[in-house]
Structures are given as C-alpha cells and as structure tokens.
Ligand binder design. Structure first.
Ligand SMILES: Cc1ncc(C[n+]2csc(CCOP(=O)(O)OP(=O)(O)O)c2C)c(N)n1
Length: 387
C-alpha cells in the first residue's frame, strides 16, 4: 500500500510556513569593497586643515614615543613594549574622535591612543615596566586598563555603554582589538550583545596582518574582518588604517551614529605592524623583508606629510617644529623612566577589591609587621653604622 492509498491521505496538505524575511536588510551593512581612503584622493580637499595638522603633530609624537619606549626595553627600563609603529593613524584617530565623557577600551598595543587621550606618558607604561596594577586610575581619563587578555575589553565596553544608556548618560565606548582578537569568543559575545541592545559602542579592529606569527589568512576565512559585522546586524566599515584623515572620518561617523542611538559599528582598519610583535619577538622568522618594505612605502606619517606639504599647509619649519616637540617628549620620557620608581609593598593589596577579603586583610597585616620589623632593623643598623 502506498501513502496515497492510505485512508484520508488525499486530504493531507502540508501547511505552508509563515513568510520568511530577514530581520535586517544586509545590503546597507556591507563594507566597501576597498578600504576607504581620503589622503591623495579628491576627498582630501574636504578635510579640515587644522585637523590634519593636529593629526600630523600627534602622529610624529606617537612615532617617537614608540621608538623611545622600544629603546627603554633595551636599557632594562621596560619589561616589554608592543610597538604600534605603522599603526599610529589608528591610534591617534581613536583618541581624537572621543569626547571627554566617552570611554576608551584599549588593548596592550594601544598605549599611544591612551597617551593621545591625555594619559601621562609614564603612567601608560607602568604595567609594561613590570609593576603591579594598571598604573593609572581608569576613571580619571575614562581609559580602561590596557588589556593583555585578548578581547576581554570588548564585553566590558559593551556593558559600560549599555549601562550608561540605561542611566541616560551620553557616553560612547570605543573598544580596540587586533585581528587575532577577532577569533576570541569574547569578540563574538560583545558584538552580538552590542547589536541586540543597540549599545553605543564602536569596535575598532586594527588588522595589522599578524597575531604574533600567525598571518590573517590563517586566522579567518571571512572576506574581510569588516564583513563579520553583517552576521551580527551592524554595519562594517573597511578603512585604510594608515590614512589618518580616513580613520578620523570613519571613526567620527561611527561615534556619531552610536551617540544618536543608531547602535554599534565595526570598523576594520587595514594597516601593518612595522616592528616585531614586541621587543621579545623576531619577526624575520615569519615574514619577508619585501612585504615590510612595501608597507614602508605606505607609511602613515609620510602619507599625511605628503598631503600637507603638497597643499602648502606644511613646510620645513612646521616639520622641524613637530619633530622637536616629539624629541622634547622623548627626552622627558627617558629622564622620568630612568628614575627608579618609589614603590610601597603594601600597595600590593590596594585597588583589587572595594572591600578586602578576610584573608587579604590578614596577609596585609602580616606584611605590615614584617615591613615594620625590617624598617626598625635597618634603622638600628643605620644608626650603628653612623657611630
Ligand atoms: C586570551 C589570550 N590568549 C592568548 C594570548 C597570547 N597572545 C598575546 S598577543 C597575541 C596575538 C594577538 O594578535 P592580535 O589580536 O592580532 O593583536 P596584535 O598583537 O597584532 O596587536 C596572543 C595570541 C593572550 N594574551 N590572551
């Protein structure tokens, strides 16, 4: 007996499913096919000359800061430094597009963004100096701690931005992450929550080509990292990360969109890490010199300098002035970093819990006794030596 021969079979008609339509139209969310550029294009004529000059001064300063911090690792004054040389346009633009009331959520590579936002250049290096704690009060400049665990800063940024919105505070959070960080679960969770809640967040992925030695092609099979935005229902923007004017424009638009209730944006900045991952890495083991040289020809400082000199907005004097200011900053950084920090061992217990646990209170009390005893002994010895 076939199905058609079963009693009542003729009456059976499958119910058509309800009409399906996408939750969000994906077309407007798609990134441009090519990274967006301003410098060297007709769009550059629209850019504010004062802004371009400010970006230039900050880029020159940032380049010098990276060089000085790397030198300090060689002199034993810094434990480690992840240089952002080649990525200065991303770093500086990220800092300049935010208002004071906004929050920056940097990764370990984003010291320049933190300094450009107003953080003391030495305080920004506390952690990398090997000292405990973050080295600064995150609330002072609204800069979350420079984050070493990959991508954990992203859900934090979403939580803060969402909470601010619920409270009616006008706050945008800009969170920075590397291309490797986009493979972390935290990246997925942060983008998903941000889009569902329409949280005022801007995600800036600096695609610098590598996660230590892992090239992007081994990191993802996506058409671009900006395309990942579409899967979460937010726009993805693809930008030339070495073009400071393009970075400033695209991030400003994303911040404005977030501020006006339009929700999050994922910005992928296509850039290149010119130095090794950190001073502890040997980049020659996984990439060729010709690749590095090709990117050197697309250097963010040079790109902007050429635009400004070509338009008569910057001359030899202006270039020298920017370099001299950067040298003064580097000299101060050197002097201050060469002074041994005065550390209080009791500080180990500070800034961790709002209210200490019983065990930590006991440990702190024991350390206090030990330190007092040592102080008394040294005091006695000193007096003894002086007689
Ligand atoms: C959760 C976690 N896993 C692994 C590491 C070790 N680690 C440190 S840096 C790094 C590469 C990250 O590359 P990317 O996100 O592209 O950032 P970049 O260093 O290029 O700025 C890895 C795997 C880490 N810090 N945190």
């Amino acid at each position: 007996m076939t199905v058609q021969e079963l009693p009542g079979a003729a009456a059976y008609r499958p119910t058509p499913p309800p009409a399906w339509k996408p939750l969000t139209d994906p077309a407007p969310l798609l990134p441009d096919p090519e990274p967006y550029r301003v410098l060297g294009t007709d769009a550059a004529a629209e850019a504010d000359p004062q802004l371009l000059l400010r970006l230039y001064a900050e880029l020159v300063r940032g380049r010098r800061y990276n060089a000085q911090a790397t030198a300090l690792t060689k002199q034993g004054r810094l434990a480690v430094y992840p240089s952002s040389t080649g990525q200065e346009a991303c770093e500086i633009a990220a800092a300049l597009v935010l208002e004071e009331r906004d929050w920056l959520f940097p990764s370990y590579r984003d010291t320049l963004a933190a300094v450009a936002r107003g953080l003391d250049p030495v305080d920004a290096l506390t952690l990398l100096r090997g000292d405990r704690h973050t080295g600064y009060d995150p609330r002072e400049h609204r800069i979350a701690p420079l984050c070493t665990p990959l991508a954990t800063q992203l859900p934090h940024a979403v939580g803060l931005a969402h909470a601010a919105r619920l409270k009616g505070d006008d706050v945008v959070a800009l969170a920075m992450v590397g291309d490797g960080g986009t493979s972390e679960g935290d990246f997925h969770e942060a983008l998903n929550f941000a889009a569902v809640w329409r949280a005022p967040v801007v995600f800036l992925v600096q695609n610098n080509g590598f996660a230590i030695s892992v090239p992007l092609a081994k990191q993802t099979a996506a058409p671009s990292l900006a395309h990942k935005a579409v899967g979460y229902g937010m726009p993805g923007r693809l930008v030339d990360g070495n073009d400071a004017a393009a970075m400033h424009q695209v991030l400003s638009e994303a911040v404005a969109r977030a501020r006006s209730g339009g929700g999050p944006t994922l910005v992928e900045a296509v850039t290149y890490r010119m130095d090794a991952h950190t001073n502890a890495d040997d980049a020659t083991r996984y990439r060729g010199n010709s690749e590095v040289e090709a990117w050197r020809a697309h250097d963010p400082v040079q790109l902007l300098e050429r635009e400004l000199t070509g338009r008569g907005l910057l001359g030899d004097e202006g270039i020298a002035e920017a370099r001299e200011a950067a040298e003064r900053m580097a000299a101060q950084l050197r002097d201050r970093m060469n002074a041994d920090p005065v550390l209080d061992p009791m500080d180990l217990f500070a800034h961790v819990y709002a209210e200490q646990t019983t065990q930590l209170r006991e440990q702190a009390a024991r350390l206090r006794v030990e330190l007092d005893a040592e102080h008394d002994q040294n005091g006695t010895d000193d007096r003894g030596a002086g007689r």
